[in-house]
Design a protein around this ligand. Structure first.
Ligand code: CTP
Length: 424
């Protein structure tokens, strides 16, 4: 395959960069997109060149860079770039850029591209908290969202200088995940707006003594991807996080837990008002019956080696099924299966769905190199109604959206109280 053919196969992304201090993080986003097979053209605003120079964008993207519509006018770049893009992402999007985009101004190359783009558009705001919360900015964001533009909520945390609050640019990996989601399936819009979802993620650890624990290999990536996708689709998300290997996404409430029993308490506390609970965490079925107060020492006599006695942990998902009243919350379980003499992965999944009594079960085959701590997953979504949807191997954030695609119509048909009025 020629280089030109290889480039033609790659999704074409226009990365707009507006003039904020977070512009430097766009270089990391560009590198991640380029390394994962995207053909990226950077369109900075003139103001952003105060923060990052165009040599950086040209070197990392391999394409020339322009800020105005007059450079290379013979190619009509403002029309070509917008029309040919598969995705336009602007990170950071400043208050000024959001205002210009909302009102259809076209005074530089980036705003021209936004007006000519027919593909999904993702805007990633970053600014001081006051600017983000100002009614002018909030109205502009609402207007853009009503037109189908995806606008991520900024992260909370330290901003330029000593202040902190909502306004930080989300991590480049989170923005790249949002880009992949839009490229994979277009915009789902905010079909979880007004809903509250609880997602458990990661793996619990059961202490043996102050320094040792029984744990598992779950990285939390799939649960984090589910939480990020739900937040992008407008849900209020509570992420019950047990020892994640990856940072939690912006715009979700994180409740950190360690053991299965702590996870159970946190999930029960938040399940009460939730529309959906997704149990993606790998919860330890057993814990050591006793926890030593001091580090367990070895002795010279191998006959004295300690024996660990295990005790059952609560089954959180089964408890949620037993506790729920009516249709709420909708319960989604996960099943990690290897298959064994008693049945295939699919047979064990069906049996587990029947045993657990949840509404959906996301089944994945695991092994030493499959399922855990990898960026991809291949799953089958089993419904209590007998439905079955096979999701071939895909990035975990793409799998996450397919799971929500299965949940959303069930929320619409279940007789759930209206999120604001409380009426059925
Ligand atoms: N789960 C739970 N509480 C536990 C164990 C599991 O809530 N103590 C949940 C998991 O979060 C997952 C589902 O139950 O959503 C299935 O987990 P899995 O480990 O596949 O199954 P188990 O019920 O533990 O059954 P087994 O290990 O015997 O296959």
């Amino acid at each position: 395959m020629s280089t030109a053919e290889a480039a033609a196969d790659r999704p074409r992304v226009v990365l707009g960069v507006a003039g904020g201090i977070a512009a430097y993080k766009a270089a990391l986003l560009l590198r991640e997109l380029a390394e994962t097979g995207h053909d990226v053209t950077v369109v900075p605003t003139a103001a952003s060149e105060h923060f990052v120079g165009r040599a950086t964008w040209e070197a990392l993207s391999g394409h020339p860079v322009a800020t105005d519509v007059w450079s290379g006018a013979v190619d009509v770049p403002h029309v070509r770039l917008g029309r040919h893009a598969d995705l336009v992402v602007v990170a950071p999007a400043t208050a000024d850029l959001l205002a210009r985009a909302a009102h259809g101004l076209a005074d530089d190359l980036l705003t021209n591209v936004l007006l000519t783009a027919t593909c999904p558009v993702l805007l990633v705001p970053a600014m001081h908290t006051e600017m983000w919360l100002h009614p002018a900015t909030q109205d502009n964001v609402a207007l853009l969202r009503s037109r189908g533009v995806t606008v991520l909520d900024p992260a909370s945390g330290r901003l330029t200088g000593a202040d902190s609050g909502p306004g930080r640019l989300p991590e480049p990996a989170d923005i790249a995940a949002a880009c992949r989601r839009l490229l994979a399936g277009g915009s789902r819009g905010r079909d979880l707006e007004g809903r509250t979802v609880v997602v458990s993620a990661g793996g619990t650890r059961e202490p043996l003594d102050p320094v040792r624990f029984l744990g598992n290999r779950s990285s939390g990536r799939q649960g984090v991807a589910l939480a990020a996708a739900a937040a992008a689709r407008g849900a209020r998300v509570v992420l019950v996080a047990a020892h994640l290997d990856v940072p939690p996404p912006a715009a979700v409430e994180v409740v950190a837990v360690g053991t299965a029993r702590q996870l159970r308490d946190a999930v029960h506390a938040h399940a009460a008002g939730a529309d959906v609970v997704v149990m993606a965490a790998a919860v330890a079925d057993f814990r050591p019956a006793t926890r030593a107060d001091a580090k367990i020492k070895k002795t010279d006599d191998p006959g004295q080696d300690p024996v660990v006695v295990l005790q059952r942990n609560p089954d959180v998902l089964a408890e949620l099924v037993a506790d729920r009243s009516g249709a709420t919350p909708l319960l989604v379980g996960f099943a990690a299966e290897t298959g064994d003499a008693s049945g295939s992965v699919l047979e064990l999944g069906r049996a587990k769905l029947a045993r657990k009594g949840c509404d959906l079960l996301v089944l994945n085959e695991v092994g030493e190199t499959r399922g855990f701590a990898t960026p991809t997953n291949a799953v089958t979504i089993l419904g209590a109604d007998g439905g079955e949807r096979v999701v071939p191997e895909a990035a975990k954030d793409v799998v996450a959206d397919v799971v929500w695609d299965a949940v959303v119509p069930m929320l619409a048909t279940a007789v759930l109280p209206h999120p604001e009025t409380g009426a059925p």
